[in-house]
Ligand binder design. Sequence first.
Ligand code: S3P
Length: 447
Amino acid sequence: MSLAPIDQLVSNRASPLLGTIPIPGDKSISHRSLIFGSLAIGTTKVRGLLEGTDVMSTKDALVALGVEINRDNDGLWHIVGVGLNGMISPVAPLDLGNSGTGARLLMGVVAGQKITATFCGDASLSSRPMARVTNPLAKMGAKITSREGGLLPVTIRGTRSLMAAHHCSKIASAQIKSAILLAGLNARGTTIVSEPSTSRDHSESMLRHFGASISQEVAEDKSHRVKLAEGTNLRAADIIVPSDPSSAAFAIVAALITPGSDINLYGIGMNPLRIGLITTLIEMGGNITKSNDRTEGGEAVADLRVKYSQLHGITVPPDRAASMIDEYPILSVAAASANGTTEMLGIAELRVKETDRIKVMADGLISCGVKVDFDEDSMRVTNSTVNGGVTISAEHDHRIAMSFLTLGMNAKAPITVKGCTTIETSFPRFATAMNQLGASLANGSPT
Ligand code: S3P
């Protein structure tokens, strides 16, 4: 059944999931393609860009900053770069919708140019912490005001005379790291960002791809450091966006927990800093086989085959969190059908994602009959019969919506999810693609 974006979906029991599911382009890499392409000299062509609403918010913001961006009839995106200092002040606030990545990375861009821009977003983005990015950017010399508590709207008056920073982040966050590196492109001196463990390195790879001089090292104190040399101009370079492992995660877990399933996923991004969920599911007994390992556009990619498996609970260590930070909601769905208990440690960052993902997942799972307990930075899910028969609110969070729709595929009674249009941010046509495999996601009220 083909479904247009619908706000309320009911997930009925699925048939065995069989066949191939197309997975859209990687969200992190798509944002960065548009942003780095805009700052380069020359035209960057991007194949496989995610055309979800988050990435389109970033595209619209860049257009408002004076960049010409077009899609041709073959789906190839053309970005006519304006160079490191060529942007203009937008006439209206930049509305980044639901996108933390778009907002935070573009703050780094604006900070290093002689322009002023105000950033705003939807209810979810407006409640997310921005000081983690605006504080270091202000230290580098940008003039920044925000709503109390460091929340949006944020106004940034950038300057061409930023001073390079050595920023030591307490959390492993690619958004913080990328914002500072983007500002660092226009700063005097070497920009250094240290983090306690390595967050996804798509910005570093793309900077290298565009000709910047960037290095990575593990320091004596075991922190992970990225150094960006002063005065690098970026040269346009074409990009192929791999399929998003964070979007593939929903189909992978759906197949693992739905008896009789056997699915294929092609061209999935396998960056080692993004595949903590796959490692975890294999440790839990998941039958996931990888083939055709290759590199496309500087990123590791492979094909996956996933078959139904009886999973067992494990403890997921805190040092794995950065490599699967967006995957804990769907892991907690897998954990409900895994023998024993699955323990997830060091996950406090989940509380400041599109919603408080620890609380929203725990409450929703408990309402479906699943045994869960949690504290500030950990969660334990124990094998349970999933009763379902409830309505869950997605809370402006695409990954919450897709997780509960996946849970419903094996529940005794259907699970209804309200607020499903948020899925358009990262996985347009999710319901249609899952239904083509054998899921039964329907519009409206429970059947
Ligand atoms: C992202 C980084 C992660 C992740 C987010 C995308 C990125 O956030 O949760 O969905 O593209 O840089 P943090 O940087 O806050 O950890």
